[in-house]
Design a protein around this ligand. Structure first.
Ligand code: C2E
Ligand code: MG
Ligand code: MG
Ligand code: MG
Length: 288
């Protein structure tokens, strides 16, 4: 009986595993067509000055909706794209869409930087930066309006190789953010000389504000590092007024999170910006 049960257990494990694998193969197939059929689009999340809630920039985040209307979030397909080598193409498509969004914003008189995410593994590809600049040049976007976000891990581990290339694009005016800062493998000795303009405090620490002194200590420490070494700091994943106030009191200037705005498609975003400007121009009583 025991042997039979064991057999059964293995059998069910095997089936679910192979289902999982064929799911991933099917998804990969669909992702390939998504890239050729332009099923990917971007949403933009505002970054705001914490003191007065003024918008200071945006982050572009990829979304995928299939022709049949099925929605996938980056968590479901970015790792697959990375593992299959499609990520370079995907990230370039997102950069193109980001440049289009910048033009749309510029048309409305909005000249604020828009960040795009780069898969850390891609940065090591020999012609990554050449291809990036080709897209930027072809789209005639001012590099000052672009910001590259890379996660801490690879940026630190392969610092010698990537650092000079990042400095090149920074020399063109492009900003470079270290995303999810605090979760990677940074050694403190590297923090002083990162080829970056900005550190983004990971959501994991921001969400702990008010609940855990550990979270607070880490946030305090990142803010001090930023001040000491001249990086601007962005706190990501702000979901409450308390988190916002904590950060304001510690002199953190910029934040991003559902408390201020969710990521939006460009047209709703433009409307949101207009409504916000209108509200700001009204005397306070009429807002009540
Ligand atoms: P990220 O770059 O750290 O982006 C922030 C993520 O946090 C986004 O999730 C955003 O929607 C979410 N977020 C923002 N504010 C809040 C908040 O207040 N609370 C909570 N719970 N979440 C918040 P999203 O869009 O699902 O993206 C997840 C990750 O996927 C991104 O993390 C980024 O690493 C990656 N990603 C997104 N777009 C791209 C892309 O075009 N290329 C590459 N390579 N990676 C991308
Ligand atoms: Mg990011
Ligand atoms: Mg992040
Ligand atoms: Mg993140």
């Amino acid at each position: 009986e025991q042997a039979r049960r064991k057999q059964l257990r293995y059998a069910s494990f095997d089936t679910s595993l192979s289902v999982e694998i064929s799911d991933r193969v099917a998804l990969l197939d669909r992702l390939r067509t998504a890239l050729t059929d332009n099923e990917l689009y971007i949403v933009l999340q505002p970054k705001v000055a914490l003191k007065d809630r003024r918008v200071v920039g945006f982050e572009a985040l990829v979304r995928w909706q299939t022709k049949e209307g099925q929605q996938f979030s980056p968590g479901e397909f970015i790792s697959l794209a990375e593992a299959s080598g499609l990520i370079g193409q995907l990230d370039r498509q997102v950069l193109k869409l980001t440049c289009e969004a910048i033009h749309r914003l510029n048309d409305e008189g909005i000249f604020l930087p828009v960040a795009f995410n780069a898969s850390p593994t891609e940065l090591l590809v020999t012609d990554y930066f050449d291809k990036l600049m080709q897209v930027v040049d072809a789209s005639h976007v001012d590099p000052c309006l672009l910001e590259l976000e890379i996660t801490e891990t690879q940026a630190m581990l392969d610092y010698k190789e990537i650092g000079p290339k990042l400095r090149n694009i920074m020399a063109l005016g492009m900003k470079v953010s270290i995303d999810d800062f605090g979760t990677g493998y940074s050694s403190l000795s590297h923090v002083a000389q990162l080829a970056a303009t900005t550190l983004k405090i990971d959501r994991a620490f921001v969400s702990r504000l008010g609940h855990s002194s550990d979270g607070e200590h880490i946030v305090d420490m990142i803010l001090k590092l930023g001040e000491r070494f001249g990086y601007s700091i962005v706190a990501e994943g702000i979901e409450t007024e308390e988190q916002c106030q904590y950060l304001v009191n510690k002199d953190c200037h910029v934040g991003q999170g559902f408390w201020f705005a969710k990521p939006m498609k460009i047209e709703p975003l433009l409307q949101w910006l207009k409504d916000k400007a209108l509200a700001a121009s009204q005397p306070e009583q009429t807002m009540l």
